[in-house]
Design a protein around this ligand. Sequence first.
Ligand code: LLP
Length: 395
Amino acid sequence: MNALHNINTPFYLYDLDLFDRTLDAVTNEANKYGYIVHYALKANNQKPLVERIISRGLGADCVSGDEVAAALQHGCSPDMVVFAGVGKTDSEIMLALDNEIYCLNCESVEELAVISELAEKAGNVAHVALRVNPDVDAETHRNITTGRDENKFGIHLMHLQEALDFCRNSEYLNFMGLHFHIGSQIISSKPFALLCERVNHIWNEFRIEEYGATMLNLGGGLGIDYNNPEENPIPDFNLFFNLFATNLNLPKHISVHFELGRSIVGQAAKLITKVLFVKKGINKQFVITDAGMTELLRPALYQAVHKISNLSSQGVTGKYDVVGPACESSDVFATELLLPETKRGDLLAIHSCGAYAQSMSLHYNLREKAPAYYIHNGILYSEDSPLELLQPIIV
Ligand code: LLP
């Protein structure tokens, strides 16, 4: 780890070896059932990761026109791209139509009308799936729950018939099937089992196949172990896909799709940060780091807890609040955390920063974005030119 001391902090450090093993696991397990996985680009769009993902034959799940463009640029075949989002602009829809992507996941009858109109103007037929809000509790943080009645996402069952009829009546829409996504960082099987139950029911109740459905997309949401990232570096994809294979009750010819983000990239990176000060409070000691909510927003936004290790020090422990430098009281990574005695200049590693860390980083306080480094086969590479060898290090 000595070589890390020579790099300006903060930075994201990606472990491409672990990442490759994670990709092996997800593709092997999905292939067992013929499931198709679209990687949710929003979790992390770093080029070396996305290129590896695409080269393994995974598709892309996008939520903006720029993500669609990025997926295509990274070599993803248009027929492996899906595009979701409650607020697609006309030009984003046009981009999807022009590139003939696999499917637009539509979130309202209002959106269907616009897509149909734009497809007509373009002399095109839009492939659409209906994103249904199944009112299933994902048992996760409320800010990353998407499948309840009160959430803005998806078409409520009350409006599903209208949406199906709209698709049937428009010659510019090709109805592909249904899409669901109930939330993120789901660590219990229960919400997924419940989702299967709801899907089976909705599929029969609304006679989805009579509308020409060929696919079902179950979204993402599989969680990772933030508490024990080293013991559980790769999520249990076997358990996950098997649960759907066991609980879904659909005809064989329906292709089944997933949109996994966090579970694929989440454990692949650590955020490396330097201790600027250890400051005495009244009843506390603050470890003030040079990374903050600008590099990792999750604790401030979702009260997320990431494991933190001191890479420079071992031995006697002290109790610290680990905080960032931003002018926000919510810029706190951990409270009353037990760490080895920590001093100015120590390097800390904040674990599980592969998903929704670098992709959600901010310029707030005019801070420059932190760079990424990659370790592959014990060699450290820099961000934009991963082929440029920096220095061999021991990992
Ligand atoms: N599909 C759709 C329609 C989504 O909205 C999402 C995530 C995914 C797939 C991928 O979900 P995953 O497999 O990564 O759970 N920033 C938050 C997470 C927001 C998730 C947004 N949607 C966090 O840091 O926890």
